[in-house]
Design a protein around this ligand. Sequence first.
Ligand code: PLP
Length: 431
Amino acid sequence: MAYRQARSKMLFAEAVKHIPGGVDSPVRAFGAVGGACPFIVRGKGSRIWDEDGNEYIDTVCSWGPLIHGHAPSEVVAAIKKAAELGTSFGASTRAEVELAKLIKKAFRSIDLIRFVNSGTEATMSALRLARGYTGRDKIVKFIGCYHGHADGLLVKAGSGALTLGVPSSPGVPAAYARQTLLAQYNDLDSVKRIFKKHKGEIAAVIVEPVAGNMGVIPPADGFLEGLRKLTKRYGAILIFDEIITGFRVALGGAQELYKIKPDLTCLGKIIGGGLPVGAYGGRKDIMEKISPLGGVYQAGTLSGNPLAMAAGLATLKMLFRKGIYKELNEKSTALEKGIREAAQSAGQSLRINRVGSMQTWFFTDKEVSDYKSATASDTKKFAKFFNAMLRRGVYLPPSQFEAIFVSTAHTKKDIDFIVSAEKEAFDEIKN
Ligand code: PLP
């Protein structure tokens, strides 16, 4: 069936009259790749369908949460059951306790955990807590890492900010931005220099233990260990932002994979099974500083929402089943292998970075290990490739600097389809 866009285009024209840029999150607008963004009507398993009836294999998976694909029956049933009982109480429910216990089973570094409504809230709150605990103001973040859109974290940020070329946002007070010190990902010396210069001033180092927001970049050997040692030496809190990697690269996230124990962990995405959620947790002595136990204030009308808790519980229970991560890894490896071979035979320079079921295909011939090497990619070529894939029924993230996610719903047939679409797409963009 020919690729159609008339209805999505019409809806977008309508949307821009009412919503800034027609979207509720910037990269959805396809600004980096051009073309019209499809308006989605439904998803099931590995597939999504748009307003024009086009069918796609989805590799975005709602930017990570949908590790079991779209509308898995167990998750849908859990949401329905919870909804029948009431959508929100602003009071405690059993599901919060159950989800907290399940997360702690996977994340041994977490003694206490607090649920919030988004990843942005989780990192923002974890940093406030680190500042409250240490009595220090400055934080260290890495150029190209994205931790949500809170003030102070939108300094040289990745993801949409990087894609759209606005890594530091207007509207962030300069005085506040000065509290954010910038280091290079995978470069421990850059962190050492900052600690030496700002002795006794740094509350926390926040890091994506596997970077996902400048494309996937694994931590270099010794990088995370080095951060652990440095933060201990200088009395700063080590915060792992595992909003993407938690329950993604392993059941216990990157901290299980690389065997590093952070002081605080931020979670989101998968733990809400596709509903809005975030969480932060960690060492008891730190977490006890949060209100109502301590003076660091953080609250939320819908925090621990029963629908989100139910969806998260159903999603995580499926992940605790034996063999899930092996299966995800095998599928993702097969995709990587297929794409690599197709690129080689097309004479296309492509660097693939992969950790478990997250990967990025960088349009460059050099190794990608940090912000500088990631941004050396040919984004114009990526844009052409993206649109060639879209027309063939493969929905990739509309940015060179994002992760492709493999879900348990993706089949071998899906992987083969993506690889053969890629071969054709390479052929098309050659000219
Ligand atoms: N941290 C990381 C690593 C993320 O990838 C994201 C979002 O993509 C966030 C934080 C912010 O989460 P949210 O979009 O739920 O606010």
